[in-house]
Design a protein. Structure first.
Length: 336
């Protein structure tokens, strides 16, 4: 039996006893455990020249087994691990944080791990991506701000069914297409500080970003353009107009037009694109409803703090910078 054959035999024997997700490092490269000639060559090099493995993940204590190869030397088999667990991310995050304020949430570790591993991240828009409620801005523009704002609060706090609040607000406003476009032009929305950086970090990792909102598509599209989210990744309500541009109702077939609409939208997204890990970020009760199918829900309180949302969130934050830090340090790179 030659040198490589003996090494391959030892490698096959060991590979049958460890998880398929493990690997070893040799010859300055990472090699999947297996029985190929190349794996044997790399393994042989490791036996002859063992080296220290430096992981890009959070260091974790691993018991490294040994394999006695053809050379007769007993050498530790250096293993790499998959993405760090939520507990490891949380521990690293807390160790690096200068703040003594405790983290808020029902399962912060789950939220952090989901953020790091997500295939898709869905954002609410009003009071999350932007610092206003779009319909309230429109109502102010049309001189009916106070009445509409009260209905918006009821919808966001979960004290009224969303579809009822939506219908009442639109019937009160009856906005024409021209009035909406004029409102957006004269009162351009400002994105919430830090959200552009978070979306950019997610996109750089190959994560798909969606806007899932109970607001209006006609008002959200300019915001999406500003932060480089494609139109076909917007799930929002469509206002209907007649041939002259007058208000003619809203499309009831949009999933976000009714209560529990966001879970339906996320389920549709998840099934169509075969996502395995999905995260929802938002400020309202309708966003909290999106878990499941979202694997975790991060509540955002940087614009307004809603107690019901704070109680429901896996992690409740008031700025986006902490999430960006996790994506940049622990986020998985997705292959498309």
């Amino acid at each position: 039996m030659n040198h490589f054959a003996a090494t391959a035999t030892a490698l096959r024997s060991y590979s049958q006893r460890i998880p398929s997700s493990a690997g070893f490092i040799g010859c300055r490269s990472t090699t999947r455990l297996g029985s190929s000639f190349n794996s044997a060559r790399a393994f042989s090099s490791l036996v002859t020249n063992p080296m220290v493995v430096v992981s890009t993940s959070t260091p974790q204590k691993i018991t490294t087994p040994t394999v006695r190869a053809f050379t007769g030397r007993t050498v530790p088999l250096m293993m790499t691990t998959s993405s760090p667990t939520g507990d490891a991310i949380l521990e690293s995050f807390q160790s690096a944080s200068s703040s003594s304020t405790p983290l808020v949430g029902r399962n912060v570790a789950l939220a952090m791990e989901t953020l790091a591993k997500a295939d898709a991240v869905c954002f609410d828009v009003d009071s999350t991506v932007i610092a206003e409620e779009g319909i309230d801005v429109l109502a102010e523009y049309l001189g009916k701000g106070e009445a509409v704002a009260a209905l918006t609060r009821q919808a966001m706090e979960g004290s009224q069914k969303f579809q009822d609040a939506l219908k009442q607000r639109l019937e009160l406003l009856k906005p024409s297409k021209q009035s909406i476009l004029a409102c957006v032009e004269e009162n351009p929305f400002q994105v919430t500080p830090g959200v552009s950086e978070l979306i950019e970090a997610l996109t750089e990792n190959g994560v798909d970003v969606y806007f899932v909102s109970g607001g209006f598509r006609i008002m959200i599209e300019p915001i999406a353009f500003q932060v480089a989210v494609a139109k076909d990744r917007i799930f929002a309500n469509t206002i209907l107009f007649d041939d002259e541009g007058n208000y003619a109702g809203f499309d009831p077939n949009e999933p976000t037009s009714a209560d529990m609409g966001k879970p339906k939208a996320l389920q549709k997204i998840k099934e169509e694109h075969k996502y395995t890990t999905m995260l929802m970020i938002g400020d309202g009760a309708t966003d909290a409803q999106a878990k499941p199918p979202a694997d975790a829900f991060i509540g955002f309180g940087g614009v307004v703090v809603r107690p019901a949302v704070e109680d429901a969130a896996d992690w409740f934050v008031k700025d986006f910078s902490d999430m960006t830090r996790i994506v940049e340090k622990f986020g998985e790179k997705k292959r498309r």
